[in-house]
Design a protein around this ligand. Structure first.
Ligand code: NAD
Ligand code: MG
Length: 386
């Protein structure tokens, strides 16, 4: 029996993870789960899965929740420190890092420092602090297994060869809802339009990131650290069907791909059972009806965020933390109707260029810069609107 902690259990990744736990309750059990503020949903999950621990990250809810709604016997704790303590709990085997944003870094690191296997959905962990995170994993002999579908695909394809035999990694991108829109049309995109993703059902932040293609930018940086690849060994191809989840090209020209219908329960399950595979609950690829798999080169002019991904992956250092923080605030401002769609990559580029670069930052420096970039992005006004 693998005992897991599901961090962010009320989110899109978290609920998909609990579907996997429910289907394989003879092999996986949820020892703990955490949510930010949706405590009623967390309470319901506690009644279904009877975890030993739940944590509500938002401290301010300490005195306003109704404890009687939780499973009797489940311990309830509050705050980010308690989330990190759960991630490091001696009885936890695998930590599913499904919190959104840089808020997920602390608990991912706590789990790795405690020698846990981390099933990593929170890509921001690597975007913000890639080298420090990998160093923590190495030092504590802990394992980082990707949940992000592209990185899970690469992780699986890499098993077909040796690291030195890899020529390049090709990340697929759905292209989001605005794949075929003109630059002029992109100026009129509303939050509701951007929240409607054609192939994936995900949380709001990553859905907006998919529409700007900042998600792919973050994934380029994630791949750079996770697989220790130079940025020039990473390519992106637009594949609207989201069936080929990514590919690895080896030096002899062979390209290995992983295919499956778009459903996060598959990469989550693989991360939980690796190196074994067990019966899956995701739909099977249906080959009884005709379908097309299309591939297009990305358009860097309409989706400038993508270029930022390659630049940041190449420069490393403090760039990932700054880009991520600027993007988190820019996405929130866009959702509030306070920035246009095209201003998201624009503000990110400006904040990135304005920051004091350091090639080998400490965690404290990254935390300071994260705060600085958030403040700057909150204040930012585009030249056209002042
Ligand atoms: P979501 O918004 O649906 O869920 C986020 C979860 O994190 C919720 O449980 C929420 O309570 C919790 N949370 C939010 N802010 C928090 C904070 N400050 N402290 C503690 N907990 C907090 O997001 P999601 O779509 O499930 O994405 C989660 C992570 O997985 C993101 O990093 C995303 O990029 C990555 N990811 C998601 C998908 C997907 O299909 N949804 C695919 C690949 C990668
Ligand atoms: Mg992905």
């Amino acid at each position: 029996m693998k005992r897991i902690a599901v961090l962010g259990s009320t989110g899109s990744i978290g609920t998909s993870c609990l579907d996997v736990v429910e289907a394989h309750s003879d092999q996986v059990s949820a020892l703990g789960m955490t949510a930010h503020s949706r405590w009623e949903q967390l309470a319901e999950q506690s009644r279904q899965f009877a975890p030993q621990f739940v944590v509500i990250a938002d401290e301010s809810l300490r005195n306003s929740i109704d404890r009687s709604q939780f499973q009797p016997g489940t311990e309830i704790d509050f705050g980010p420190e308690a989330v990190a303590r759960l991630a490091a709990h001696p009885d936890v085997d695998v930590v599913v890092s499904g919190i959104v944003g840089a808020a997920g870094l602390k608990s991912s690191l706590a789990a790795l420092e405690a020698g846990k296997t981390v099933a990593l959905a929170n890509k921001e962990t690597l975007v913000v602090a890639g080298p420090l995170v990998l160093e923590a994993a190495r030092r504590n002999n802990s394992q980082l297994i990707p949940v992000d579908s592209e990185h899970s695909a690469v992780f699986q394809a890499l098993q077909c060869g040796k690291d030195r035999e890899v020529r390049r990694v090709i990340l697929t991108a759905s292209g989001g809802p605005f794949r075929t829109r003109s630059a002029e049309d992109l100026a009129n995109v509303t939050p509701a339009m951007a929240l409607d993703h054609p192939t994936w059902d995900m949380g709001p932040k990553i859905t907006i990131d998919s529409a700007t293609m900042m998600n792919k930018a973050l994934e380029i940086i994630e791949a750079r650290w996770l697989f220790d690849l130079d940025a020039d060994k990473i390519d992106v191809v637009v594949h609207p069907q989201s069936i080929v989840h990514s590919m690895v090209e080896f030096v002899d020209g062979s390209v290995m791909a992983q295919l499956s219908p778009p459903d996060m329960r598959l990469p989550i399950q693989y991360a939980l059972t690796y190196p074994e595979r067990i019966d899956g609950i995701s739909p099977q690829l249906d080959l009884t009806t005709a379908f097309n798999l299309e591939f297009f080169p990305p358009d860097y002019d309409r989706f400038p965020a993508l270029k930022l991904g390659f630049e940041v992956a190449q420069r490393g250092g403090t760039c990932g933390a700054v880009l991520n923080a600027a993007n988190e605030v820019a996405v929130a401002r866009f959702l509030d109707g306070d920035l246009t769609f095209q201003e998201i990559p624009q503000v990110c580029r400006e904040i990135l260029s304005a920051h004091h670069f350091s090639p080998t930052p400490t965690l404290d420096e990254l935390t300071r810069l994260d705060r600085w970039a958030r403040e700057e992005t909150k204040r930012w006004k585009s030249c056209s609107s002042v």
